[in-house]
Structure formats: structure tokens, C-alpha cells
Write a new protein. Structure first.
Length: 73
């Protein structure tokens, strides 16, 4: 199992990445999006297999930085 999370500013962007994981990269497992208390959206992935490191690096570039204590998330 390979798990990670990414934060996005807009709901549609989080959903777009989730669809890409399932449709293009054939990720199996659990992929979900949920709103964050301080604004933005969280993409949670529990994939049954590892994803290519190059794709994960691209995801890190397009997502928001991790939450910091006290920002409401």
C-alpha cells in the first residue's frame, strides 16, 4: 500500500487529479477528496501499488505546500 496526500486550492483541480490517477494511471485502491477547514481541498490516496517517482514529483509541484500548525486544517 502506498499512501499520500496533496492539498489543492480549488475543488475542481483536486477532482481532476483524482480522475487522472484512476483513468490515466490506473491507480487501484482508495482515492478521495475532501474540503479543508481553512479552505482548499485535500486529495487522499491509498494506492495498492507504488506510483512512479516522476509522477509524484509533478504532483508535488502542482499542489499547495503542507499545512502548518494553526492554519485551521
Amino acid at each position: 500500500m502506498h499512501s499520500f496526500q496533496a492539498r489543492f486550492g480549488e475543488r475542481e483541480r483536486a477532482r481532476q487529479v483524482a480522475r487522472q490517477l484512476v483513468d490515466e494511471f490506473k491507480v487501484t485502491g482508495e482515492v478521495s477528496t475532501s474540503p479543508l477547514a481553512g479552505g482548499g481541498w485535500l486529495l487522499c490516496v491509498d494506492a495498492e501499488a507504488s506510483l512512479p517517482e516522476a509522477w509524484l514529483a509533478g504532483l508535488r509541484e502542482c499542489s499547495l505546500p503542507p499545512a502548518t500548525p494553526g492554519d485551521g486544517d
